[in-house]
Design a protein. Sequence first.
Length: 280
Amino acid sequence: MSEQAEALTDTATRSPHIIVVGNEKGGSGKTTTAMHVTAALLNEGFRVGTMDLDVRQRSLSRYIENRKIWVGRRAVAMPEHYPLEEFNYNDLSLRQRAEQEQFVAAMTHLRAGNDFIVVDSPGTDSYLSRLGHAAADTLITPINESFVDFDLLAIVDPDDLSITGPSIYSEMVWSCRKARAQADGGSIDWIVVRNRTSHIHAKNRQRVETALDQLAHRLGFRQATGLSERVIFREMYPAGITLLDLTDEEANTNLTMSHVAARAEVRALVSALNLPGVAL
């Protein structure tokens, strides 16, 4: 049994649905996606736990720390966040053992009182990231709408853009799927989400969409449209809130048509995930 499968077996005491947001590239909107999915579930009345596997940058952790400012000032729902520690052992096996023990402890704790657990991953390959991926019931991989990000999923022939093979990240997801099946017979629903989509139907966009359609069948993932390029998704980060946290009165008073469209994008994304018990 692999180390990922062993860690999963150790945490399989409860069955909240685990949502992991991950890829091995920065700048694709992982943390923004994770926080908005978390907010959507919280506002539907679900108990949500969160975990940030990027123990260096800690973007999701800081987002939630910013969100705590609003507690007591307004009705804003909070996830149960489990902070992780960075280990700097020179011995690789010792460091991975400590990370595995910490990951198991975090999962065991969050499983006890939540309906969903949302996990944000670093933009690099790491042992913690692999543990998180293998634990997923739903894996969300955000990518930007370009062949730069497409390279995350597959190797493409530069002459005719035909797919010549899976990328290192896709192979990692495949190994995590094996670990998950080995641990408890479960499966990972892999969803590639196109973030920062352009409102202009450019030729490059069509080529990316065609290539993704071909790759989806080959690698076994679903596709969903995510969050477009809107400043509002980033400018609310310092406050720790999302558009979904605004009251109806605030929404009616302060939202522009662009903001209304942004809220609709979040709801459409969460609906496309087909999460158990969630109907938006």
